[in-house]
Design a protein. Structure first.
Length: 253
């Protein structure tokens, strides 16, 4: 996917009411940070701007130079830095808060990323992780078995497709405390369905490329989903896992 196509898809998702509610909840779970908060994998910088509006001193970090350039253009005056989740541009204990939204499924080593998060958080600092589980997308279809194959084939192309369901265990293993998990389901129907067709197209293409489904099966499945959009019979539900925790003064057993 081109960077322009990715940005367009992210912008469409970010504007959805369910995404707005989810971001707001993630900010609430950060508490009232007395210091710098990093949005890791910040993309175009929306969360950094929204956190600033809430009076939070926020900095955005992204591994993509193109994303950082875009964020700087869109959010003039905000602080954006290039860096990866496993190599953050902060000193030990520099952060009061850490937020990562739809990031950990892209990481080959989520455990290493959480060790880095613990390093840069001060004692008592808060961490919030948000992400989708790529195996649990729910799509209404007259061909449930085919849909299952397509969903799982797309998940198999994601680096860590089930990282979100493992948030709690990962945080506990990394020595965080007060770990809490919530699940918020984004439901797309009606007019909200149209932007999601691009994601379903990518899933069908992934399944076709990997040989899990035939070209005819992929095309037929996509045709049905487009018909469902036109007839207001489309439904896509995406469970979003939200985990929050606190960095303790020292590693706990």
């Amino acid at each position: 996917m081109s960077i322009d196509a990715l940005i367009a898809r992210l912008d469409a998702y970010d504007a959805d009411p369910s995404a707005v509610r989810l971001r707001t909840r993630s900010y609430e779970l950060l508490g009232d940070p007395a210091g710098l908060v990093a949005d890791v994998g910040c993309g175009a910088g929306l969360a950094v701007a929204e956190l600033a509006e809430r009076g939070v001193q926020a900095v955005g970090v992204d591994v993509s130079e193109q994303m950082i350039e875009l964020a700087r253009r869109r959010r003039s005056g905000a602080d954006f830095r290039i860096g990866g989740a496993c190599d953050l541009p902060f000193g030990d204990g520099e952060l009061a808060g850490y937020r990562a939204d739809k990031v950990f499924h892209e990481l080959a080593d989520p455990t290493r990323a959480l060790a880095e998060a613990r390093r840069v958080l001060m004692p008592g600092g808060r961490i919030v992780l948000v992400g989708q589980d790529w195996d649990t997308f729910v799509i209404d279809s007259s061909a449930p078995e085919l849909t299952r194959r397509i969903v799982h084939a797309r998940a198999d192309q994601i680096t860590s497709p089930r990282a979100a369901r493992a948030h709690r265990s990962l945080l506990l293993d990394a020595g965080f405390q007060d770990v809490a998990v919530e699940v918020h389901t984004a439901v797309f129907t009606g007019q909200r369905a149209e932007p999601m067709l691009g994601m379903l197209t990518a899933a069908a293409e992934a399944a076709c490329t990997s040989g899990v489904v035939t070209r005819a099966e992929a095309d037929g499945w996509l045709a049905e989903q487009r018909d469902r959009v036109r007839s207001d019979r489309f439904l896509l539900a995406v469970p979003m896992f939200v985990a929050a925790a606190t960095r303790p003064p020292s590693r706990t057993a």
